[in-house]
Design a protein around this ligand. Structure first.
Ligand SMILES: *Cc1c(COP(=O)(O)O)cnc(C)c1O
Length: 385
């Protein structure tokens, strides 16, 4: 074990306020220590079936999502490989780091990529997507994020589907990796064809599992591309009969099973509602610190991004939080590096742990020269939870 010994962190424990990985609840960690599990056993078949069934309601579908042993990007890549063909025209919404990932995947797999960009911090313009689809009748699929974690934006997926669905007959593919549990997703009702998820965001399981649900229409595509590890047609056949193509991260399945079981008595509305409430309380707290939330309108309920004045320095504050409170926050990426910070309130983020996170942030800001009335943001947060 690597230990960094600093007097000022005595008795403090490491905490993650990052939008993935998110904190894993202790019960989910301990269940994965309960016994060694063979991935070709009857016990695993049961576990796989339970997990697939348990995931469906977060996607809003009667389909059972496939579970893959990979990080979320593996499921993104498998969506591109299995549901498009070489030379297909596709439309990609790029409004940040993860939209850019769709674009790179589309280019890598030789699709003809139409890109609708949105400024970082803004949601996509639905009319722009609609006009592009109307003008290019050859477009076979739309790739978008639900929550663009690099900026903290939520693209209005329901409204987008409503606007384009009547005339667009192609696939709508949504990366909901950091949106699941925080935002309502209704794959079947909204007409989404593919939703991709991951274990280390809302579900609070350690990184290493990804999820992909696909509509009957999507399964009918039958891509002609060569593929091997991520052959989803083969994977589906296997998983529908209780097997998997490859050795799975069985310990993570045990964690996921425990998490799904923990959540099962709660309604999805309650789970989505809790995320919204924590998000709104966090935004109030940020304002009470004299800072600006980076996303004004279409903000994600999974994380809050905020601007840090140059004179204070986002990178300095991040370093201070790490070194003095063992707390990891996320900074900005690419053009936003040094300009914003991001705090997640996703999955198993206990409201009172988040309160601690807000308190640390107040202290770290003051230590770096930002003027604020210590305790005001935490008091504001308390009044809103
Ligand atoms: C985390 C995340 C991903 C996937 O990243 P991995 O590191 O491969 O798990 C993709 N899209 C979004 C929006 C994310 O937040």
């Amino acid at each position: 074990m690597v230990r960094v010994i600093m007097n000022n962190t005595l008795f403090m424990r490491p905490r993650l306020f990052t939008p993935g990985p998110t904190p894993t609840p202790v019960f989910a960690k301990t269940t994965s220590l309960s016994g060694d599990l063979y991935h070709r056993s009857a016990d695993f078949t049961e576990l796989l079936g339970r997990c697939r069934k348990g995931l469906s309601r977060y996607f809003g579908t009667k389909q059972e999502p496939l579970i893959l042993t990979s990080s979320g990007s593996g499921a993104m890549e498998s969506a591109m490989v299995n549901f498009t063909n070489e030379g297909d025209e596709v439309l990609v919404v790029n409004a940040g780091k993860f939209g850019d990932r769709w674009q790179k995947l589309s280019d890598t797999y030789n699709c003809k990529t139409h890109v609708i960009e949105a400024a970082w911090g803004k949601a996509v313009d639905i009319d722009a997507v609609k006009s592009s689809l109307d003008a290019n009748s050859q477009i076979k699929a739309v790739f978008i994020q639900a929550t663009e974690s690099s900026t903290g934006v939520y693209h209005p997926i329901e409204a987008l589907c409503k606007a384009i669905r009547p005339s667009f007959k192609g696939l709508i593919v949504v990366d909901a990796i950091s949106a699941l549990l925080a935002h309502e997703m209704q794959m079947d009702a909204w007409g989404i064809d593919i939703i991709v998820g991951g274990s280390q965001k809302g579900f609070g399981v350690a990184p290493g599992l990804s999820f992909i649900a696909a509509s009957e229409k999507a399964w009918g595509i039958e891509s002609k591309r060569s593929r091997f590890y991520f052959d989803l047609v083969k994977e589906k056949k296997n998983q529908d009969s209780g097997k998997t193509s490859w050795t799975q991260a069985t310990t993570l399945y045990q964690s996921l099973d425990a998490v799904l079981d923990y959540l099962s008595p709660y309604s999805v509305d309650d789970i989505w509602g809790r995320h919204k409430q924590l998000c709104l309380a966090t935004r109030e707290a940020i304002l009470a610190m004299g800072l600006e939330p980076f996303v004004k309108d279409d903000f994600a309920y999974s994380l809050t991004s905020f601007t840090v004045p140059e004179s204070v320095g986002a990178q300095k504050v991040l370093k201070y939080l790490r070194e003095n409170y063992c707390a990891t926050y996320a900074g900005g990426q690419d053009q936003l590096k040094g300009k914003i910070m991001r705090i997640a309130h996703l999955g198993f983020m206990d409201p009172f742990e988040l309160l601690g996170g807000i308190a640390m942030l107040e202290k770290a800001l003051v230590a770096n020269g930002h003027k604020l009335d210590l305790g005001q943001a935490t008091a504001t947060f308390l009044k809103n939870i």
